[in-house]
Write a protein that binds this ligand. Structure first.
Ligand SMILES: [Fe+2]
Length: 303
């Protein structure tokens, strides 16, 4: 199985890079990367990594893919063998693309269930702070970024196939299975969510959400974590100041204990912004099954 270390980056398509730059730097607290550029894209950074979000100019506003970080060249070569054995078609980024993106090697493929993925290793750490108009926001990304940028929750029409691929080929570990009943109808079968971790202490780097209805880019949300409630409060003030649409009020999640709120990004998917997420020692962990998302709050449509 692959040795995926973290959610290294996320790629978004945008009809208006200026709108994304405004949202990312004025509201989310990211900085424009001083060390990665080109390819008609906006590179945004949050920590020591050269960049964490790549926004490419395009015809639609949507999520494109996640970049999963491998430990090094050997893990990258092993991952290629895993993809070949699983019958997955992949394509390698050329030298120019790797140089622009400040990585050693990179490849792209589409996982079962339709989730676009990239694999890479060796992104340059420029150790530059994310300077933004919102001030200097610190993000929880581990030691020199080794916990990755946060997590994503992605929709899949075939939860079983996606779960099988991410656990058995990509090597993700099971953290929690949540079965949700969103309607009071007893005949409603409900929906399942798998929360999966990779090789870092973050509770989950990927959540897979069962959804028969396709969503733009199949992304439900992207999560950024900050160190304390004051950084969440400052974000809430910026959300109000810039008229950003709020999707939920503040709440505490049950399984990862994150205190967070959700807002709508210019690409249509949500950004979860929170603090106090649990970090786990996987050697002693038992996967859980749960039936509710939140201890309190996270009410939809409430600011
Ligand atoms: Fe989340």
């Amino acid at each position: 199985m692959m040795d995926i270390r973290a959610l290294g980056y996320v790629v978004v398509e945008s009809t208006d890079l200026g709108r994304w730059e405004h949202f990312a730097t004025r509201v989310a607290g990211l900085g424009v990367s001083p060390s990665a550029s080109g390819e008609n894209a906006l590179f945004l950074k949050m920590d020591d990594y050269a960049w964490r979000i790549r926004v490419v100019q395009g015809a639609e506003d949507r999520y494109l893919c996640a970049g999963w970080e491998l430990a090094g060249p050997q893990a990258f070569a092993d991952a290629i063998r895993e993809l070949d054995a699983a019958g997955i078609m992949w394509r390698r980024a050329d030298a120019g693309q790797c140089a622009a993106r400040r990585v050693q090697e990179m490849l792209a493929f589409t996982a079962p269930g339709g989730l676009a993925c990239e694999l890479f290793h060796g992104m340059v750490l420029d150790y530059l702070p994310p300077v933004s108009a919102a001030g200097s926001t610190q993000f929880v990304t581990g030691y020199h970024g080794n916990m990755g940028l946060g997590h994503i929750a992605a929709a899949t029409p075939d939860l079983a196939a996606s779960h099988r691929f991410f656990t058995q080929v990509m090597g993700f570990g099971q953290t929690d299975y949540l079965h949700l009943h969103m309607s009071p109808d007893p005949a409603d079968p409900g929906q399942g969510l798998h929360f999966l971790h990779c090789n870092n202490p973050r509770h989950h780097s990927l959540a897979l959400f069962e959804s028969a209805t396709p969503m733009p880019g199949n992304l439900v949300h992207l999560m950024f974590e900050v160190p304390d409630i004051d950084a969440v409060g400052a974000f809430m003030d910026r959300v109000h100041a810039h008229g950003v649409q709020i999707a939920t009020n503040l709440g505490r999640h049950t399984n990862d204990r994150m205190v967070s709120l959700y807002v709508v990004t210019p690409a249509g998917f949500m950004l979860e912004f929170g603090y106090d997420g649990v970090q786990i020692d996987w050697s002693t962990y038992l996967p859980t099954r749960s039936s509710t998302t939140s201890h309190w709050g996270h009410r939809w449509g409430q600011g």
